[in-house]
Design a binder for this molecule. Sequence first.
Ligand SMILES: [Zn+2]
Length: 473
Amino acid sequence: MDTQLQELADYAIKYSVDSGVQYCDVRAEEQERKSVLIENGQTEHVRSINDAGIGIRLVKDGTWSFCSITNPKSKEEVKKAVEVSIKNSIHYAKNKREKFNLYPNSVVKKKIDYPILEKPELEKLIQIGTECNKIISNAPKIIKSVVNPWYTNNSKYFVNSEGSQILQNFSDVVMDMVATAHESGLTQSVNITEGGRGGMEEISKNNKAQNSAENISKKASELLSAKPAKEDKATVVMNPDFVSLLTHEILGHPSEADRVLGKEMAWAGGAWWKGKIGERIGSEHLNVFDDPTIEESLGWYHFDDEGVQTKKTTLVEKGVLKNHMQNRETGQVFSTEPTGNMRATNYRFMPLIRMACTCIGNGDWDVNEMIKEVKSGYLISNMKIPSIDMKRYNWSISCQYAQKIENGEVTDLLRDVIVMGTAPEFFESIDACGNDFTVRPITNCGKGDPMQSMIMGNGGPSIRGIATVKSVN
Ligand SMILES: [Zn+2]
């Protein structure tokens, strides 16, 4: 981290405190981002972006205000920004009925370098990307192959008026891939994202990206001869990749305490289970947690954007709603400690309560045994596109592909399948969880106004329940 940027962050705290704020925190951030787009064997573009700045969040007269400065150069700039923020707080405080308190948090001074086995490099990114693009293109009936690998090197310095100073340095390496096949009027696309927090190993380990490129291109070709599914309410076995998005949408988002309180409805809505902590919301097989300590997940971090140390938080235990994800403000409302989920896309935004790595807990079933017991049902594989109501009650999520299960055997491949249900009925129907727990990368979660796009991990094992399945084409 650039020492001048760090010094200006420290100065912002000093000046704010001297100006009589009740609380202030500052995030100084530097990010280097490189991304490559490879389409049908051609490198379409290479993008390189460097961004640095500070975000200042302060409380005056019991009211938040926030400002950010890109590439701040002088104390004078910081001083002006703080003065405007303080004025804003004083102005808004006049119309604000509810003043708030922050849940106590320990003071920490720490520097953390996240492990990297192989340094992210553009050349290597292009090499793996091109390889994967070729693998996709070479599969039969493929008409389009798109590969978008990218990495970021990040340095984040958090400092607050209580005395915390936390520096975290980490890298993310991710690759998005899409294979599109076409034959006699029918087009089928399969996409996947690989990657995590770490170095090149996040996509190169065990040929992870190459294997996924192979799988999606093969599947896109096969789907050209797959059947559509008729509408059917039946037993479904969902694989961990599909479960990751399902968990994100119908368990993760409604677990964000700001949404539960109705303070943050933009983009992902409220929560139908408001006021139900301690009540049963699903079957005893349903365990849900958020865990920012899962290494190499895109939601792995030691301290969040308000300096709270992370740990695993139980959200649902044996079907009973236990807790939500809390920040220092909502923690005070719910009388429970903050869970380390406050995150902002970058220094330009106020942090919001965001999932880190929200997952359904592992069970003890072998997935083959789970399938064997199904007389007539569906095996649902890999996440595609979600569509969920504002309270996260009615959900429908499309999968990359599905297969029929008949008398315990996986049979016909099915295309264009969406899976639908209502949250409480589906949660109650879960009767088995596999022992194949997997965390998947999620790179495009939107929340807030102005909208913040966030990366995170989501995961779970294979799960079995009852839902409605149908093909949309
Ligand atoms: Zn989301």
